[in-house]
Design a protein around this ligand. Structure first.
Ligand code: 6PG
Length: 478
C-alpha cells in the first residue's frame, strides 16, 4: 500500500479529517460502509490531495503502507466495536487503529487492552473543533502507547490547529484512555462555559432589560477582553441573528430545551466516582436536563415568585459590568474543577498527565479555545505541583477582585428570581474552599449519631464514637 493513513467512516467529521490529512500532503485511503459516500468525497474534493478510494475492508487495509494507520470515525459505542471487529483480523502486529470519535475512555481502555494482546496499537484520540476544526485544524488529544505517537504524532501535529505562538495543538496526553478522558473533561468544561454564558445572557435580558442585539454587542465587547474566546464570539453571532421567517431575534424562536449527546454527563458520572467536586459541570448538565422537562415546567409556571424588573439605562450598564465579573470568576472555578478532575483521573488510572500541556492543546482548534488557556498553561508550567488553579497567584488575585460584583450578581439573581445555578455553585465552591471550618463537622457527628460511623477529632489522632443512645461518653473506635 501507498497510503500513510486511512479513514473509515466518512460522515462529516471523518470526511473533513481525511481532507485535512490530504491537504497536508498525506496519501489518504478512504473507506465507508456505503461506497457512494467514498465516491462522493473523491468527486467533490479529489483535487485537494491524494486519495485512494476503496470499497472493501480488504482493499482498504491493502491500500495502507505498513505499519498501517487506520482512523475510525464512526459513532461511539457498539458501532465502534463493530468496525474494530471488522478490521482487526486483517491487521498485523505493529499496526494502529486510531479512534477519533467521542468514545468513553473506559471503552478505550478495554479496546486498547484487547488489541494490545493481538500486537495492535489502539489509539484513542480526542478530537475537538467540530466540522470546521476537523477540516482546518482541530485540537487533538491522543492517548495510546508512546510508540504509536512516535509515528502518528508528527502527522497529527501537521493537521492540528496552531496556537498563536505557532505550536501545534496536540501532544501525547498519556497511555490507553488518557486522550479520550481529557476530551471528555474538555466537553464537561464546554458545558459549564456554555451554561455560564447562558446565565449571563439571561441576566442581561431579564434584569438589565437588554435586547438580544444589545447583548450581542456586550458580548463582542467582552470578547475583546479577558473573556476572549470562541464560545463568546459565537454567542454574539447567534444573538445578533434574526430569524428570516418571522423577523424575530433568532434566539426567541428556538425551543428552550437543551439536548446533550452525553459527554458532559460522563464527565460528572466519572467525577462522582473519583470524588472530585465538579459542581459547575454538574449544574450545567442538570440545567440542560431541567430545560428538557417540558411537562414539569408547564405545570410549574404558576408557582409564585418575583418577576424581574428591568433596570434603568445607567444601572443596567453597571449591572452588565458586574455580570462580566461574575462570568469570569465562575469560569475560573469551572477550569479549576476540570483540571482537578484531570489530575485525579491521571492518578487513578496511572497516567502522567501534564496539566500545562493539556491547557496548551486547548488554546486553539477546540470549542473551549480562549485566550485564558494560555494563562492556565503558564500557571501550570510555572508550578507543575500547583495544587489548584486557584492557588495560582494571578488567578487568585483576579477572582478576589471580582468577588464583590460576583456576590452582587448572585444576590440579584436570587432576589429577582432568575436562575443562575452556574454562578451560584461556583461562588459556593469558592467560599467553601476559603472557609477555615466547614459544617462537615456536623455532618460527621450526625453520621455517628444514627449509624455509629465514627468521627475524627481536631485535637487528637484516632477514630471515635459517642454512645449517643447511652451515657454519651466517647469510645475509641481504633
Ligand atoms: C467538540 C465538541 C463535539 C460535540 C459535542 C457536543 O469538542 O468538538 O465537544 O465533541 O459538538 O459532543 O456535545 P453535546 O451534543 O453533548 O452538547
Amino acid at each position: 500500500g501507498t497510503a500513510q493513513i486511512g479513514v473509515t467512516g466518512l460522515a462529516v467529521m471523518g470526511r473533513n479529517l481525511a481532507r485535512n490529512f490530504a491537504r497536508n500532503g498525506y496519501t489518504v485511503a478512504l473507506h465507508n460502509r456505503t461506497a457512494a459516500r467514498t465516491r462522493e468525497l473523491v468527486e467533490s474534493f479529489g483535487d485537494e490531495g491524494a486519495f485512494v478510494p476503496t470499497e472493501s475492508a480488504e482493499d482498504f487495509v491493502a491500500a495502507l503502507e505498513r505499519p498501517r494507520r487506520l482512523v475510525i470515525m464512526v459513532k461511539a459505542g457498539a458501532p465502534t466495536d463493530a468496525v474494530i471487529e471488522e478490521f482487526a483480523p486483517l491487521l498485523e502486529p505493529g499496526d494502529q487503529i486510531i479512534d477519533g470519535g467521542n468514545a468513553h475512555f473506559e471503552d478505550t481502555r478495554r479496546r486498547e487492552r484487547e488489541l494490545r494482546e493481538r500486537g495492535i496499537h489502539f489509539v484513542g484520540v480526542g478530537v475537538s473543533g467540530g466540522e470546521e476544526g476537523a477540516l482546518h485544524g482541530p485540537s487533538i488529544m491522543p492517548g495510546g502507547s508512546p510508540e504509536s505517537y512516535d509515528t502518528l504524532g508528527p502527522m497529527l501535529e501537521k493537521i492540528a490547529a496552531r496556537a498563536a505562538d505557532g505550536t501545534p495543538c496536540t501532544t501525547h496526553i498519556g497511555p490507553d484512555g488518557a486522550g479520550h478522558f481529557v476530551k471528555m473533561v474538555h466537553n464537561g468544561i464546554e458545558y459549564a462555559d456554555m451554561q455560564l454564558i447562558a446565565e449571563a445572557y439571561h441576566l442581561l435580558r431579564s434584569v438589565a432589560g437588554y435586547t438580544p442585539g444589545k447583548i450581542a454587542e456586550t458580548f463582542r465587547d467582552w470578547n475583546r477582553g479577558r473573556l476572549d474566546s470562541y464560545l463568546i464570539e459565537i454567542t454574539a453571532e447567534v444573538l445578533a441573528h434574526t430569524d428570516p421567517e418571522t423577523g424575530k431575534p433568532f434566539v426567541d424562536v428556538v425551543a428552550d430545551r437543551a439536548e446533550q449527546k452525553g459527554t458532559g454527563r460522563w464527565t460528572v458520572q466519572i467525577a462522582l466516582d473519583l470524588g472530585v467536586p465538579v459542581s459547575g459541570i454538574a449544574e450545567a448538565v442538570f440545567a440542560r436536563s431541567l430545560s428538557g422537562h417540558a411537562d414539569l415546567r408547564e405545570s410549574s409556571h404558576t408557582l409564585p415568585g418575583p418577576v424581574p424588573q428591568p433596570l434603568g439605562e445607567e444601572d443596567a450598564a453597571r449591572f452588565a459590568a458586574q455580570v462580566e465579573q461574575a462570568l469570569y470568576a465562575s469560569k475560573i472555578v469551572s477550569y479549576t474543577q476540570g483540571f482537578h478532575q484531570i489530575r485525579a483521573g491521571g492518578a487513578a488510572y496511572g497516567w502522567d498527565i501534564d496539566p500545562g500541556a493539556v491547557a496548551a492543546v486547548w488554546r486553539a482548534g477546540c470549542i473551549i479555545r480562549a485566550a485564558f488557556l494560555d494563562r492556565i498553561r503558564t500557571a501550570f508550567d510555572t508550578r507543575p505541583d500547583l495544587p489548584s488553579l486557584l492557588s495560582d497567584k494571578q488567578f487568585a488575585e483576579e477572582i478576589g477582585a471580582a468577588q464583590d460584583d460576583w456576590r452582587a450578581v448572585v444576590a440579584t439573581s436570587a432576589r429577582q428570581g432568575v436562575p443562575t445555578p452556574g454562578f451560584a455553585t461556583a461562588l459556593a465552591y469558592y467560599d467553601a474552599l476559603r472557609a477555615p471550618r466547614l459544617p462537615a463537622a456536623l455532618t460527621q457527628a450526625q453520621r455517628d449519631f444514627f449509624g455509629a460511623h465514627t468521627y475524627r477529632r481536631t485535637d487528637r489522632e484516632g477514630s471515635f464514637h459517642t454512645l449517643w443512645g447511652g451515657d454519651r461518653s466517647e469510645v475509641s473506635a481504633g
